[in-house]
Design a protein around this ligand. Sequence first.
Ligand code: BGC
Length: 768
Amino acid sequence: MKKILLGALLIGMNMIFIQESKAQLYLDAKQPVEKRVKDLMKRMTLEEKVAQMSQFVGLEHMKKAEKEMTVEEMKKSHATGFYPDLHSSEVEEMTKKGMIGSFLHVVTYEEANYLQSLALQSRLKIPVLIGIDAIHGNGLYHGATIYPTPIGQASTFDESLVEKASRETAIEMRAAGMHWTFTPNVEVARDARWGRVGETFGEDPYLVGKMGAATVRGFQTKDFTGCDKVIACAKHFIAGSQPINGINGAPADVSDRTIWEVFMPPFKDCLDAGAFTFMMAHNELNGVPCHGSKHLMTDVLRKQWKFNGFVVSDWMDVERMHDYHRIVPTVNEAYQLSVAAGLDMHMHGPGFAESIVAAVKAKKLSAKRIDQAVAKILEAKFKLGLFENPYINEDKVAEKIFTPEHQQTALEMARKSIVLLKNDNQLLPLDKSKKQKIFVTGPNADNQTILGDWALRQPEANTTTIIQGLRKVAPEAEFEFYPFNWNLRKMKPEQVEEAKKQAERCDLAIVVVGENSMRYYWNDKTCGENSDRYDISLYGLQQELVEALHATGIPVVVVLVNGRPLSTEWIADNIPAVIEAWEPGSLGGRAVAEIIFGDVNPEGKLPITIPRHAGQIQTYYNYKFTSKWFKYATGKSTPLYEFGYGLSYTTFDISPIRLSATEMKLNERIKASVEVTNTGDVAGSEVVQLYVRDLYSSVVRPVKELKAYQKVYLKPGEKKTMTFEITEKELMFYNINMQYVAEPGDFQLMIGNSSGDKDLQKVVFKLL
Ligand code: BGC
């Protein structure tokens, strides 16, 4: 009997031992991630699995909204919110029980650590994944380095700099306990009325793809394994950047051909760079909400492109399939439809998990689909090292954020992103030593709109506004400053009069106008998320201000700070010097000043066409010939400034193109060379751009498409040969049967320093 008891005891102990060692497998960092995921998933209940697919807003975000908003306001609110039937204290309890897998809008490291401490009290001790919109620096975090917004980043035509800034942002994010950035936004911007243009890399699929891929590489460093990397998110899939009337989230009625030629390529580039997550778009595409599209999430992403990460929804968009799009009569059906179509994580709120659990139990949704989603979310958590290092060291945060090195990158990027649009009679650069009184004014001269959208208010000490930059860069110069309120809606005619009066006493005026993207002034801003416009001229009394200053007779320099192209035709016609600064980030004011005073030679190039009027939208450089067949009866049909355009304080000459051969077979390559010479007096950088046109093809093709670019730095008088290789890849397109091919025939090659015909050298070659 004793023996039997002992035997049973030993077996029991053995079982405990086996169970314990099993329990430790997923917690054992030495095990391969795949095994850890499998082991953990074996232990999870259906409820625990679906919890991993649920993301909630952070507790502090909820608490603030709970205090400040009514239920009615919350329902209408887009960027902030809470859950009407769920108090933040209940969300804490849910986290302790392992019922929430991820959070967003957690903006302090204290909260990040606190949430992890709650999650680690759960049965399986699975840490939470914290996501945030770190679009150009971790801007929702107080004290982060803010880099120029993506439209400015694209203006640099410098992928390595974009990669560097993203890498630094990843370091700042991890230092503050955040693991997942909802960027890059690789939508191809085709409508300047849309408020989110500044968040994109502009209008060209090739450039957007290059910049998007560089961003992904910077954040993830390919594989994001480790404690100083974050996962990236290619968004919004797809076509929301061509919304009806420019309204965010409006339907996208876009042909399949345009989808594949224009909107898909940058997403594929991000995927090839390793983007581990994709976010679906608010909009419906040709009648199918993206959040319910099996075609997009499963057929294209997973099957065709072999995407191996996970898909997240955007803010309340699954729910909108029920109450806005009305393709399902209940929210529960919306949840089921979306997950069945391929959605892996639901952003923002309760309701989802219960509904999905019930659907699986009722066999309306397969358990396999849930496992597929959860495995990828857990893979991310393991690779990011969250099981081993759920907490961040609070003492070390400060030394990783807004470091001198990161500030330097932000400054460098701002310098390279600023585009000089006009400089008649070389009004710029200004001479620091010249005795003159410089009048500075305008609503954007002294505020944080230079930080762009997706930034909360940053410490004043970290931000160099434009007037501060001018004073710093030219301490000897005499400035007279007339401040305007940041709120463009509140400009008063008396202020314009006063500015004019003061300008009359000065020798030159710098006026800083544009848009306002400050999201903490949600109802007053004019640009950024959900701030779309039917007009893209200067808002408020800004045009009157510029005209009043011009009327004084003194030379005027206009500096534009804006996140979307602005139709500034009068300014282009009347003002001698115009600078497009976009939203240049923390040190943007200094960069603008350095350009104004010539410490830095501008080199930014427009990543988007600037229209003359809203009525000219859509206008983009890669149009089809008949778009310009007839001209407008009452005004010019040309855009104000073309894609790829930007001046320098020097001039460059580009020689005619030399080809290594005038004919090529498929699988062969041709080399096209030009000689670039700096013909001016100062050193500078030029972006040499290569465009291709298929002269005759089975379907109508654009008049030109960017296929390559190279940046070159030249001293005065210096010359360099720039060589581009043309392969089959540069000539391919979707033919009449939607097959991606290169068709034999003649192609025109164009090389120059903008997409404008007058700036391009041209030559024809044949594909045999
Ligand atoms: C935006 C997304 C963003 C999300 C979370 C949504 O309103 O469309 O781009 O990632 O909010 O902040």
